[in-house]
Design a protein around this ligand. Structure first.
Ligand SMILES: *Cc1c(COP(=O)(O)O)cnc(C)c1O
Length: 369
């Protein structure tokens, strides 16, 4: 038994949940006594084609300089990213994953008494950061599993510091309409930072381009976040970025630790940005996989949410039981109880072979084999 201590713990930690990641392949393989090669993970929206090959080659080159600290300002990466996006480097902040950018936003803007508006089925990191900073979460009921942006706009008060919108959304894969996104951005009062989390934007065919609002400087209260974890296949390196006006970027820079982006991540991302072949193949594999899942779920009569990202939310009854059953078969997916969707599981699009194996295992788990 633990003796209670007298530590002056931050009281905001008391009700703070610990983020539950998708289970690692090695951990599940150890548990099941299976070789790791026999286990597939379709749980964390990772890239089934692996890392960008150009990124891998660039990292090999830079191994020998790992005794040196990284460039604390990631000069070359920022400059290249700025060129690609046609923004100024002053419009960019790099994070150890875009999760860290979300944390910067918390430290820069969310204080005890601040309100933070999110959608009912939002990305798990928004509530964690909000509560960590002592903010009050204002969760707006979803509309067909997606964001009800007009209602979120109406939930804004003088105390609202931030509105978080992931578009496409995780864990539901839903997409808000361009009109409603623009309306939110244009009608949010200037004291409210609108964070548009674009982690999955590269999977869309004709994404709404909000960069002009940054270039023109007309929306200082808009921050876009993106990541190298999904389309570029570099989740293990931890690299994401924010794109915004000079004021919010400068505020985030103050709360950023000096060497948050390691050397490997900098060189890999620099190379991945030019690996258009890998990005195209990733997007195509994803489109094929989404169609495969949709047809399969329809044939099985399973309810699913139409996805615009690289995963699908599907209703299976007892989600935890199906998750356990799939895991016994060496297929790791994501149960959704933590998101208050206990009847659903979330499945990441894999390679065609992984998708087939998942489907066969799902049928087995549902007694439909
Ligand atoms: C995957 C994901 C991210 C990216 O996280 P990283 O920290 O960059 O790996 C951000 N937002 C959402 C909504 C996501 O699903």
């Amino acid at each position: 038994m633990n003796a209670s201590t007298s530590l002056l713990l931050n009281p905001y930690l008391e009700h703070l949940p610990v983020y539950q990641p998708g289970r690692p392949i090695d951990e599940v393989a150890r548990e099941l006594g299976l070789p790791a090669d026999d286990v597939i993970k379709l749980a964390s929206n990772e890239n089934p084609l692996g890392p960008s090959p150009k990124a891998l080659a660039a990292m090999q080159q830079s191994l020998r300089s790992l005794h040196l600290y990284p460039d604390g300002n990631a000069f070359y990466l920022k400059r290249h990213l700025a060129d690609k996006l046609r923004v100024a480097p002053e419009n960019l902040i790099l994070g150890n994953g875009s999760n860290e950018v979300i944390e910067f936003v918390g430290h820069a803007l969310i204080m005890p008494g601040s309100e933070v508006v999110v959608s009912e089925f939002c990305f798990a990191v928004y509530p964690i950061v909000t509560h960590l900073c002592g903010g009050k979460l204002v969760s707006v009921p979803a509309r067909e599993y997606g964001h009800d942006l007009p209602a979120m706009r109406r939930a804004i008060t003088p105390r609202t510091a931030v509105v978080f919108v992931a578009n496409p959304n995780n864990p539901t894969g839903t997409l808000a309409s361009d009109d409603e996104v623009l309306e939110l951005i244009h009608e949010a009062p200037p004291h409210v930072l609108v964070v548009l989390d674009e982690a999955y934007i590269e999977f869309r065919d004709r994404p709404l381009d909000l960069l002009e609002l940054i270039r023109s400087g007309s929306k200082p209260n808009l921050l876009l976040t993106r990541t190298f974890s999904k389309i570029h296949g570099l989740a293990g390196l931890r690299l994401g970025y924010g794109i915004g006006g000079a004021e919010i970027i400068a505020a985030c820079e103050k709360v950023r630790q000096p060497f948050n982006i390691n050397t490997m991540a900098q060189v890999a991302a620099l190379a991945a940005l030019d690996d258009e072949d890998h990005q195209r193949r990733t997007k195509e594999n994803n489109a094929v996989g989404l169609r495969f899942f949709e047809e399969a779920f329809r044939a099985l009569g399973l309810l699913f949410v139409r996805s615009h990202a690289n995963f699908v939310l599907v209703k299976v009854g007892d989600g935890q039981r199906v998750f356990n059953d799939l895991q016994q078969q060496g297929v790791i997916v994501r149960p959704m109880g933590g998101y208050r969707l206990p009847e659903w599981i979330r499945i990441t699009v894999g390679t065609p072979a992984e998708n087939q194996r998942y489907l066969a295992s799902l049928k087995q788990a549902l007694g439909r084999a």
